[in-house]
Write a protein that binds this ligand. Structure first.
Ligand code: GLN
Length: 378
């Protein structure tokens, strides 16, 4: 068999988590909370099961959940989303991304992505015969040169993918930058996939934002988000995709044949849990405190801390400590100091070595304090 993805191995998240487990190391690599979700939410799942929500949900998602999501967009962004024509519930963000790419990318189409890029984008594009056009951004500020991006857009550009707030950089694209992107795309046929799974984790007084707020972007976008990040339930794998009716119609043609419909009781539980939107509004403060705990704790260490405006990842530069390459250094840290992180190079196609590691701070305070103690000794 000739591999359709010859350059792809096991993901870095699986690799580092396996190494962390093998070494009994503190696992700050793969992004998932080591604390429990709200027991009330878990009770709502049993309640939904007891109430008999155990058969197929509608293909587009349970009405109650779609209504709750639409309400969130109204309350947080003052944006109207048509819960019937524009919104599809998916099995997590990754499946939504896969389906959106499958829906629009044809062989030879070009797709612009920004590196460091989340690991599923490029292989999915390639699987459907698309050509990945990477825009390489570098630490510490990962600034986008929009004039350069403009030179990459042509009649073959089918899609541009952004992730805002960005995993792994922790950067947030501000409104002006999004408007700039809107202006850039206005006269083209390119579509946008906006991966907004960390939308409610933004710091230092910044408000959440969505490309749905920008009309030139909204009319050409698949907006993807996930409840895993919002509710500390990465194992539930429930997310959604919002897109204009015509794009949604095409998206659903693919969705119905690779997923059909998504876990029913959890949809009802999430819908009930999010009736009160104040939970969503408190998430940034919850994680900002954790970011500060880690960041402030490392102030006296030999690591240099990169800015972190959102997401639950903090990047640290180890150039004052070792000249080892990122993957090797991440492995040595796991083996010798019993702490696992992710090398930033994993998010670039061509080899890079900026001596930066991504550290996940969606962890108990106790775990973060242990991490601080370890990293201060490195
Ligand atoms: N989103 C998680 C991260 O960035 C990883 C999810 C996965 O393991 N595929 O760490």
């Amino acid at each position: 068999l000739t591999s359709k993805l010859p350059h792809v191995g096991t993901t870095i998240f699986t690799k580092m988590t396996m190494l962390a487990n093998e070494q009994q190391a503190l696992n700050l690599s793969q992004g998932f909370p080591d604390f429990e979700t709200d027991p009330k939410l878990v009770q709502l799942v049993s309640k939904a099961m007891e109430q008999g929500h155990n058969q197929y949900a509608p293909m587009i998602g349970a009405q109650a959940l779609r209504d709750t999501i639409a309400k969130k967009y109204r309350e947080v962004y003052d944006v109207a989303v048509d819960a019937t024509a524009e919104l599809t519930v998916t099995s997590g963000g990754t499946q939504a991304i896969f389906t959106a790419i499958a829906t629009v990318v044809r062989p030879q189409d070009e797709v612009i992505i920004f590196e460091p890029a989340y690991d599923c984008y490029a292989p999915t594009i390639e699987l459907f015969g698309g050509k990945v056009v990477p825009v390489r951004l570098l630490a510490p500020d990962f600034q986008i040169d929009w004039d350069y991006v403009a030179t990459l857009i042509n009649s073959k550009t089918r899609l541009i993918i952004i992730n805002n707030p960005n995993n792994p950089t922790g950067k947030v694209l501000g409104r002006e930058e999004l408007i700039k992107l809107g202006d850039l795309l206005a006269s083209t046929t390119a579509l946008l996939l906006s991966d907004e799974v960390y939308e409610h984790i933004v710091f230092d007084g910044v408000s959440p934002q969505s490309v749905l707020e920008i009309p030139t972007l909204r009319e050409r976008s698949f907006v993807i988000a996930s409840f895993g990040k919002l509710l500390h339930t990465t194992g539930w794998k429930i997310g959604y995709c919002i897109a204009p009716p015509q794009l949604t119609q095409e998206f659903r043609k693919v969705h119905q044949f690779n997923v059909f419909s998504v876990n029913t009781p959890m949809q009802f539980a999430i819908a009930a849990y999010l009736e009160d939107i104040s939970y969503v509004k408190g998430l940034s403060d919850f994680f900002e405190r954790k970011r500060n705990l880690l960041k402030d704790g490392l102030r006296g260490s030999r690591f240099k801390i990169l800015p972190c405006e959102g997401t639950y990842f903090l990047n640290i530069d180890y150039s004052a400590i070792s000249q080892e390459k990122e993957f090797e250094f991440a492995c040595s840290l796991t083996r010798q100091h019993k702490i696992a992180t992710i090398p930033l190079s994993a998010f670039y196609k061509e080899a890079t070595n900026q001596q930066v590691l991504r550290v996940c701070f969606a962890k108990k305070d106790e775990t973060l304090l242990k991490a601080v103690e370890i990293l201060n000794k490195v």
